[in-house]
Design a protein around this ligand. Sequence first.
Ligand code: NAP
Ligand code: GLV
Length: 318
Amino acid sequence: MERVFVTRVIPQIGIDILKRELGGCDVNTSDKPLPKDELKAQVKGRTGIVCLLTDMIDGEILDAAGPQLKVVSNVAVGYNNIDVKAATARNVTVTNTPGVLTDATADLTWALLMASARRLGESERVLRAHAWHGWGILQFLGQEVGGRTLGIIGAGRIGAAVARRASGFDMRVLYTSRSPKPEMDELNATRVDLDTLLKESDFVSLHVPLTPETKHIIGASELQKMKSTAHIINTARGPVLDEAALAAALKAGTIAGAGLDVYEAEPTIHPALFECENAILLPHIGSATHSTRNKMAEMAATNCAAVLHGKAALNPVS
Ligand code: NAP
Ligand code: GLV
């Protein structure tokens, strides 16, 4: 029997696959990330680790597992929590869950975009505080979405799915990318440089992976280039957006609003963001639908089993 450790609760379908394919697995059933020392103790002697984006899998963890470790299977598409270089150096395959969460995350991006444009957070907070005293013609005026310009930074799977949804709103779509994206061109989206995107967009949406190159891709000077009526949406990774600079821009009226699903130091939120009425703050729920989370668990378990059966991983990142 292979020795697989699942670092935290995952949907049962993933556990069932590991049991069926590999004869079983051990699971941290607490649904909380394990402290590093505990994780090191649990991974010792394992051939496979199925982990979550809340686990930092670095060289130290890989060494604690030992030289028999063959696969680290992330139940997420983003894999900035794993030191892929360190894994590759130790002949460990790293896998992720691309595609199955694209639509759910694109939908949530649009939910944030609409919520920010129409001030849903602010107006609901007023109502729940029993401070709404009836309809008013000047209350909670927001921005139109239809016919406006959407700027997508990172035109991969999710960025393209967000762009596809924009056609229902007759939007002009701009995007930045390091490489040509034929799918975006088919959607009549226009590839521009970052400055042009920031200056011309009414809604800017971030979909890049977190890498050294994309860390703080949006900071104070980029926010300064945006329209004062514009909104920024981040469902990618927290550190791609400088939160302190964002909070300052939201308070100063440099931009009109923000919709965030991800944060620089999750689960800690920059305190200044709580003071921004014009920020919609969600707890990293981009892929959180029943069917998507099941598919992610299924995909991660299948990847783990494939590698441990000596087959090629279905979704290797390395
Ligand atoms: P993907 O298909 O790999 O798309 C990422 C795109 O970013 C690629 O097309 C890449 O294109 C582009 N890119 C990379 N570096 C760039 C740079 N410096 N400037 C401009 N573009 C750059 O990944 P995906 O499936 O769409 O997922 C994107 C990210 O969303 C994930 O990495 C993850 O962090 C995040 N995510 C969050 C949630 C959530 O719950 N909130 C859910 C799913 C995913 P080129 O390499 O050609 O430039
Ligand atoms: C979620 O954030 C993911 O990367 O899958």
